[in-house]
Design a protein around this ligand. Sequence first.
Ligand code: AP5
Length: 222
Amino acid sequence: MKAKHLIFLGPPGTGKGTQAQLLNDKFGWAAMSSGDILRAEVKAESKIGLAAHEYMRTGALVPDDIITGVILAGLERVAAGRGWILDGFPRTVPQAEALAAGLAKWKLPIDGVIYFNLPDATIIERIVTRRVCKECATTYNVRFSPPKAGDRCDRCGGAVIQREDDREEVIVKRLSTYRTQTAPLIEYYERQGLLRSVDASLAPATVHAAALELLARLDASA
Ligand code: AP5
């Protein structure tokens, strides 16, 4: 498979991070989760983290200039020729425009935007049962994929916890934020002929297989 530059788009809790990790495991493409990057900044109590925390805690988007600067700086550090997946960025049209401008400067294409399609009821169920490692951000689910050792991470042994924005009242706000500010990107990328959709309700391995099929088709049509 040729290295790809991908965007994962979709509501919270639809499995974007899970699938980005599977592609990272398989191909070594950099999986850049804007949420994980911001949570690391919050944990470090950096200037960015302090500015972002209140927005994240309440299910709002952090301001465009903050997240755009962080992601473009991260992309600049990815080795030339390596694939990458942007998980959770862009989330607004101005972010998408800033990304396009940055990539144009570096003469890098976006190969595809994968849209994760899942009904709200399933989204809420998956998020309230999600747990994450406090140290390495590996994602678990108490119903579908719990850590083997109870509340310790299989990868690094760190504590496995519930995210502070994974409470039902914040999830409802995150879904509404998604609808008003992020959903317009579906049409934005559709117009550019980049949008592909996966049925995110299927098992992780089945969604992964569907994503691989999509990517193979991108290679065939290139
Ligand atoms: P972020 O961390 O990006 O949260 P999100 O987009 O809301 O996405 P999630 O991490 O909730 O879900 P996911 O789709 O990755 O699903 P996952 O694989 O974990 O953002 C958090 C906050 O940061 C935002 O609210 C905002 O404040 C800020 N932020 C981030 N980016 C920003 C930006 N660009 N601009 C402004 N602000 C920004 O899966 C969910 C659960 O389901 C897990 O338990 C998993 O194990 C399970 N699961 C996954 N796939 C399956 C499956 N196929 N079947 C069954 N269970 C599954």
